[in-house]
Design a protein around this ligand. Structure first.
Ligand code: ADP
Ligand code: MG
Length: 764
């Protein structure tokens, strides 16, 4: 509706503009007409002047001719003239009125009215023109009458002339008679003498009379001549006035014709304008009608909508009222409900309390039991844990059957893992297995207890073991967005130390080292290429130390990041291919936590060793030569030595071969005694890596499966299988150790140890 109203308003504006244009046109035309009427007026004025002149002339003539009728006529004509003048004045007034009205601003809807008024005025004007014409006719008639009268006057004049002629004739006849008589008398001398005498007397009298009559005659003749002249003049005047009248009539006719033409033109124009106007109005009207129709339809739609909405509104109001009622009643109900609920809750709390007390009692008992069990377990297992972590299949694994997944898990046991190798499924049991989807966070949660024990003065080792590409570095270092154990451990240490800051002073320092080809290098030192030596403390404590190994004190995550970056840069500048190099060297991050209990003065020192081991893959078999072969041999040796040491530690052998490799020698402190060790065995799930995966998992299981019975603690369980032996597809028959450990004869084993050995053999 709004849109259509706007449209209508636009239309209205357009129409108003049109109307304005039309009005302008009308004004133009009227101006034209005005000028024409002015012209006409001028002409009328001129005519009037001429008329006046004529009237004057006529009056002059009349005065000359004499006679009251003519004067009356003149007066009449003058009066009529006056009348006509007044009428012209009225016409002028009306014309002015018209003009004034046209100049007035047009009001809405006044157009039609104006039009009708104009038409009425036109009619009036026409009527007046008619009347004027009638009056003109009358005037003509009068002129005719006047000429008639003039003719009469002429006739009369002729009559009087004829009379005079007759009298003259009579007089001349008398004259002739008297002359004849005179002649007769002369012929009769006596008588005649007398007579003559008498006649002479008489003729003197007659002569006198004759003279008189002759003079009179002359006078009359003069008069007649004068009269004739006057008449002639009058006739001439009449003729000229008639001519002027005819001219005037012709002019009047001309003016009338012109007037009529102008009138006709005006009428035509008016008609045209009117038609235009009517047309525009009709168009606008039809458009408006159409729009109105649309608006009406809309309105009808809205009306129907309203009709349908009304019931909805009714139901809504009803609902609203009922809701209002409910809201009014709600507080009461709520209070009631709250009271009830409170009572119920109180009761429930009471019940829960009693159950809780009971549970707490039970829980404490259980806790004691668990602690006992845990202690027993720790005693049994030693402080060595073995975890497995399977990385996800990555793009680097490629596509096709080679990259197929070969590792599956047990839904109910998070310590079991199945490997499909050469069509056979082999199962392994570790302390815990992390599937590919396990996050860094989840992995760290499992090791954080180890990390925190460092604060209590324990030494801790966390190793990442596995073939290159199995995820060792990912687990230890991680990515900047998803850091691994190293950074998380230091963060945890910082927060723990902060938590204990009330009683303890702690200092945390960090060292980073690398073992490549059995040489130890300081990654944070100024000269990273320098070879470091491991030495016995000269204080006789039996402790080991590395002279020249840089130790950075750290207090915040920013410090750690700086240290890591520095170590990384050192490692990169020292080798040509970091990836290859890092896969063939052991990277160690050694965190030392030194604590002082301010109240007791007690000092503790804990070491956290985070080791990213070299790749465990079997390079030797692929016929490597030169430096590559040397690298492989060194890696092989050190990993075997690590396995030996862990094995010896777990089986609590008297002799632990720490000195067999730089790594084990360096970590001696952190592997023996109360130390805690975690071996994170990394495996790749890809089909193509299954034989390496199998080796790694065997290594893991063997480390873990060394169980110690109370009586076999100190028993010598024989040597740890070498890396080469691990490679065998049918392991379990460890060959003779090539690393100086004599394989014990079965007779040396206790019954329990023998059973473990058997287990070891079959587990392969
Ligand atoms: P390694 O150090 O054993 O040679 P890396 O840690 O370099 O192996 O891992 C090899 C690749 O696999 C890297 O691209 C790494 O990001 C990726 N990767 C390893 N473990 C995971 C994991 N748990 N989740 C996601 N990506 C992993
Ligand atoms: Mg790596």
């Amino acid at each position: 509706v709004m849109a259509s109203v706007a449209h209508l308003q636009e239309e209205k504006l357009r129409l108003q503009e049109e109307l304005l244009g039309l009005r302008e046109k009308l004004a133009d035309r009227e101006n034209d007409e005005l000028s024409r009427s002015l012209q006409l007026q001028g002409q009328v004025e001129a005519l009037k002047a001429k008329l006046l002149e004529q009237a004057q002339e006529i009056s002059r003539l009349r005065s000359e001719v004499g006679g009251t009728d003519v004067e009356k006529h003149r007066d009449l004509l003058a009066a009529e003239n006056e009348c006509l003048r007044q009428e012209i004045k009225v016409c002028e007034g009306e014309l002015q009125e018209l003009r004034r009205q046209q100049q007035e601003p047009c009001r809405d809807c006044a157009h039609l009215q104006e039009n009708t008024e104009l038409r009425e005025r036109l009619c009036q004007l026409q009527q007046e023109a008619e009347e004027t014409r009638a009056r003109l006719a009358e005037l003509d008639l009068e002129v005719q009458q006047k000429t008639n009268r003039l003719a009469e006057v002429e006739l009369r004049l002729k009559d009087s002339l004829a009379e005079r002629a007759e009298e003259e004739e009579r007089l001349s006849r008398r004259l002739r008679d008297s002359q004849e008589t005179i002649a007769n008398l002369k012929s009769q001398p006596q008588q005649i003498k007398y007579i003559i005498k008498t006649v002479e007397v008489e003729s003197a009298k007659a002569k006198q009379a004759l003279c008189e009559s002759q003079s009179r005659n002359q006078y009359l003749q003069e008069q007649v001549g004068m009269q004739r002249q006057v008449l002639k003049e009058m006739e001439q005047q009449l003729q000229s006035s008639q001519k002027t009248v005819a001219q005037l009539r012709a002019q009047i006719m001309m003016y009338e014709a012109e007037l009529e033409r102008a009138h006709g033109q005006m009428l035509e124009e008016m008609q045209a304008i009117e038609e235009e106007k009517n047309h525009a109005i009709e168009e606008a009207f039809s458009r408006a009608q159409v729009e109105m129709k649309a608006v009406h339809e809309n309105l009808a739609g809205v009306r129907t909508n309203l009709l349908t909405l009304q019931p909805a509104l009714r139901t809504l109001t009803h609902d609203y009222n009922s809701l209002k009622r409910q809201v009014r009643d709600f507080p009461l109900l709520l209070q009631e409900a709250l009271r009830n609920a409170r009572a119920e809750i109180g009761q429930a709390i009471e019940e829960v309390h009693s159950t809780n007390r009971e549970l707490l009692r039970k829980y404490r008992r259980e806790l004691q039991l668990r602690k006992k069990c845990h202690n027993e377990l720790v005693r049994l297992k030693g402080n060595i844990r073995v975890f497995g972590r399977v990385r996800p299949i990555t793009k680097e694994d490629g596509e096709g059957p080679e990259a197929a997944n070969a590792v599956t898990f047990d839904a109910n046991d998070d310590a079991v893992l199945h490997l499909l190798h050469k069509g056979k499924q082999v199962s392994f049991e570790l302390d815990k297995v992390f599937p590919p989807q396990a996050s860094q966070e989840e992995v760290f949660q499992e090791v954080q207890a180890l990390v925190t024990s460092c604060i209590d003065g324990y030494n801790v080792c966390i190793f990442a073991y596995g073939q290159t590409g199995a995820g060792k570095t990912y687990t230890m270092e991680g990515t900047p967005a998803n850091p691994g154990i190293n950074q998380r451990a230091l963060q945890l240490l910082f927060s723990e130390v902060r938590g204990k800051a009330a009683d303890w002073d702690y200092a945390i320092s960090v060292s980073a080292a690398e073992i490549y080809n059995e040489t130890l290098r300081d990654l944070l030192g100024k000269e990273p290429q320098e070879k470091l030596e491991i030495k016995l403390c000269p204080d006789g404590s039996g402790q080991l130390y590395v002279p020249g190994l840089t130790e950075f004190p750290v207090q915040s995550v920013e410090d750690i990041n700086k240290v890591f970056e520095y170590g990384h840069v050192n490692r990169v500048t020292e080798c040509t291919n970091l990836n290859e190099h890092s896969s063939r060297s052991h990277a160690l991050l050694i965190v030392t936590v030194r604590g002082l209990d301010r109240s007791t003065g007690l000092r503790t020192t804990g070491k956290l060793n985070l080791v990213d081991l070299a790749g465990s893959e079997r390079v030797g078999r692929s016929g490597a030569e030169g430096s590559r072969l040397r690298e492989a041999q060194h890696i092989n040796k050190s990993l075997s030595a690590l396995g030996d040491v862990i094995y010896a530690l777990r089986s609590r052998q008297g002799h632990v071969p720490f000195r067999n490799s730089k790594l084990t020698y360096l970590l001696q402190d952190s592997l023996s005694g109360d130390s805690k060790t975690l071996m994170m065995v990394q495996v790749s799930p890809a089909e193509k890596n299954t034989s390496e995966t199998l080796c790694s998992l065997k290594f893991a299981e063997r480390v873990r499966s060394v169980e110690l019975g109370p009586g076999s603690r100190r028993a010598e369980l024989g040597s740890w299988p070498s890396q080469e032996q691990l490679e065998g597809d049918t392991p379990g028959t460890p060959g003779p150790s090539g690393r100086g450990h004599s394989s014990p004869s079965p007779g040396q084993l206790s019954g329990r140890a023998a059973s473990i050995r058997r287990k070891l053999q079959t587990s392969g």
